[in-house]
Design a protein. Structure first.
Length: 179
């Protein structure tokens, strides 16, 4: 199902001309996007009180190798506000067996368990992660109901292992085959 909206075309194209913009049904969009397999990451930041705040995401993307630049996408909320205020965030790419870490940062805390962190120069990241990045925000771009935080990677490291994956709204631990 689609809806039709009238939206003005940008001024350089034609100031008085309008075009039809088709918008996908929200439910169909959510179902379709869930079929794109992604890794899972936890974005961490200083909570402003000497602790760590974090959020689970699957919207982490490398943007450039030179200089190393990444992007996350966040909706308005505490994580968004803390990153906006500090200009820093950490990204921990979760490895197989870290479903508990993912759930912890979605708020689904089933026990008193807490993750362990590794200190960085500017932000903490999760111990046991497949890869870790310390990122300094260079640009924040509002797009509809989210903000894209583009950041320079100032420190990163990785280890061998298998990732925790998300597909069709479920966790998966892929079997990787050597060639």
């Amino acid at each position: 199902m689609t809806a039709t909206l009238e939206a003005p075309v940008s001024a350089p194209v034609a100031a008085a001309v309008t075009e039809q913009v088709l918008v996908a049904d929200t439910t169909a969009f959510r179902t379709s996007v869930a079929l794109f397999a992604t890794g899972i990451a936890v974005v961490t930041m200083d909570d402003g009180e000497g602790g760590v705040h974090g959020v689970t995401v699957n919207s982490f993307t490398s943007i450039s190798l030179n200089p190393p630049t990444v992007m996350i996408s966040l909706k308005a909320g505490r994580a968004h506000d803390l990153i906006s205020a500090s200009g820093w965030y950490g990204v921990s790419v979760l490895s197989e067996g870290q479903q508990g870490h993912s759930r912890y940062f979605t708020g689904a805390r089933e026990s008193d368990w807490r993750p362990e962190y590794l200190d960085g120069e500017n932000v903490q990241t999760l111990d046991g992660s497949l890869a870790r990045f310390e990122c300094q925000v260079e640009n924040a771009v509002p797009v509809n109901d989210h903000t894209l935080f583009l950041a320079r990677v100032v420190r990163c490291e990785s280890r061998t292992g298998s990732p925790l994956m998300f597909f069709a709204s479920n966790y998966h631990e892929p079997t990787l085959y050597a060639q």
